[in-house]
Design a protein around this ligand. Structure first.
Ligand SMILES: Cc1cc2nc3c(=O)[nH]c(=O)nc-3n(C[C@H](O)[C@H](O)[C@H](O)COP(=O)(O)O)c2cc1C
Length: 426
């Protein structure tokens, strides 16, 4: 295992009102603020004060389906990341701006233009989290009955990124200003109407964990957002990716591994645990059941909360591949869990990310330990609820990380590439 540089990268992953589905009910949460520009501006300034490498927004294309229609669910909207990041970039000068964009439901020219524009407007701070969209309910929103099979989605993603990077590169290349590409998915002849792209290429980030996803990342990505619930899982993922990157003929140090890390902070460990318990209790059974319903695109509220998990009906009726749904739900079925029990567990750890509950000092210890043990190159931080937990992190954990020499006390460069220690392409 190769040790990462003792230099921590931190991203703020902003999903609605925070990590816990019931967090919007916390007295210090500001659930309505997610529709308020001033909120995003404050959060951007906070992230910059905490010397974050970047702010990251996911993007969901499936809309609000199944049971996800109640006012509570409005606490977790996914607004357009470019619009939010433009507002956030306008009130900051250094923090990077990473937007998630699907290669399954877009076209390269439009995406190349949006990122070139974000990079220009922010003087070199744009990054693209390349996803292929896994939720089958996205398909009908784009005139398709079914979601494309995963192998095909990744083939399309590869060509998509190839065309997009050609378009960015051509801006700088007087010898070949026009891109002419004819491939399996795209037929493009054209050029961007842009004088230059500050970073040459905005930073390429990837999120996807299957073999296909990892190989795609190994060939393409400069940073990876992944789940890793334990240090061992982080080490195994990082080792595996570094091997794949080397096999793809690239430098493993040129790909930063950034697993998710959700956190709840307080002055003492007991107080943090109490706060987490409260946050979990704020998501009552109904909310937890809606939360899973939305994730799997199947309305579990049709059944009694005390019913056993109706796995065969779910597999038959929901659009996700049967094997994925069975893999997810079978442990709950084998434990004889009711729908409510399973959904409560799911709401605590929905996507396999690590969760930290404790003091600022313990969190700094944990982050340093993961770096020292080769578990990651940094963290995609997911505050328990917003904006309180992010503020606690910036005020209390950041100074400790800085004292320990793990985190910059000031930005050295101006671009996201620079913050991440990635090579510049121009
Ligand atoms: C940590 C993580 C974050 C993701 N974020 C998004 C997202 O915001 N929007 C989206 O459409 N897909 C997102 N995805 C889905 C991936 O693009 C991909 O379609 C999915 O993970 C299935 O591929 P896989 O089996 O290779 O992981 C995310 C995946 C991971 C692992």
């Amino acid at each position: 295992m190769s040790k990462p540089a003792r230099e921590l990268h931190i991203w703020a992953f902003l999903q609605g009102i925070g990590f816990y589905p019931g967090g919007w009910r916390h007295p210090l949460a500001q659930p309505r603020s997610v529709f308020d520009r001033a909120y995003y501006e404050d959060v951007a300034r906070l992230a910059e004060r905490g010397r974050f490498d970047a702010i990251v927004f996911g993007d969901q294309l499936q809309g609000r389906d199944a049971a996800g229609r109640t006012p509570e669910r409005l606490a977790i909207p996914t607004l357009d990341p470019f619009t939010l990041l433009s507002a956030m970039g306008a009130v900051t000068e250094r923090v990077g701006l990473v937007a998630t964009v699907s290669t399954t439901y877009n076209a390269p020219m439009g995406v190349a233009e949006r990122f070139a524009s974000l990079d220009l407007a922010s003087s070199g701070r744009a990054g693209w989290n390349i996803v292929t969209t896994a939720h089958p309910n996205a398909a009908p929103n784009f005139g398709e009955r079914d979601l494309m099979e995963k192998g095909l989605r990744y083939r399309r993603a590869e060509e998509f990124v190839n065309v997009t990077t050609q378009l960015w590169d051509a801006v700088d290349d007087p010898a070949r200003p026009i891109v002419r590409h004819k491939g399996e998915w795209f037929d493009v002849e054209g050029q961007l109407d842009t004088p230059y792209v500050p970073q040459g290429r905005p930073v390429l980030v990837q999120a996807g964990q299957s073999g296909d996803g990892r190989d795609f990342a190994a060939r393409t990505a400069e940073a990876i957002f992944c789940p890793a619930a334990t240090l061992e899982a982080g080490q195994a993922f990082r080792d595996d990716i570094r091997e794949r990157v080397a096999r793809a003929g690239r430098d493993p140090d040129g790909v930063k591994i950034m697993p998710g890390l959700a956190f709840v902070l307080a002055d003492t460990e007991e107080a943090a645990q109490r706060k987490e318990r409260e946050l979990l209790e704020m998501a009552d059974d109904g909310l937890c059941i809606e939360y899973l319903s939305e994730s799997i695109g199947y309305d579990l509220t049709r059944h009694a909360a005390s019913d056993l998990i109706p796995i065969d009906t779910i597999v038959a009726e929901c659009e996700f591949p049967a094997e994925d749904i069975r893999r997810m739900l079978t442990p709950g079925v084998e434990r004889g869990q009711t729908i409510a029990d399973y959904c409560r567990g799911y709401a605590r750890q929905p996507r396999g990310h690590a969760i930290f509950v404790g003091t600022a000092e313990q969190l700094a210890d944990r982050m340093g330990h993961w770096i020292d043990e080769g578990g990651c190159d940094g963290f995609t931080l997911q505050p328990g609820f917003m904006p309180e937990e992010l503020r606690l992190f910036v005020d209390h954990t950041v100074p400790l990380l800085q004292q320990r020499g793990l985190l910059r006390t000031d930005y050295e460069g101006t671009t996201l590439r620079n913050h991440l220690g990635l090579s510049t392409r121009r």
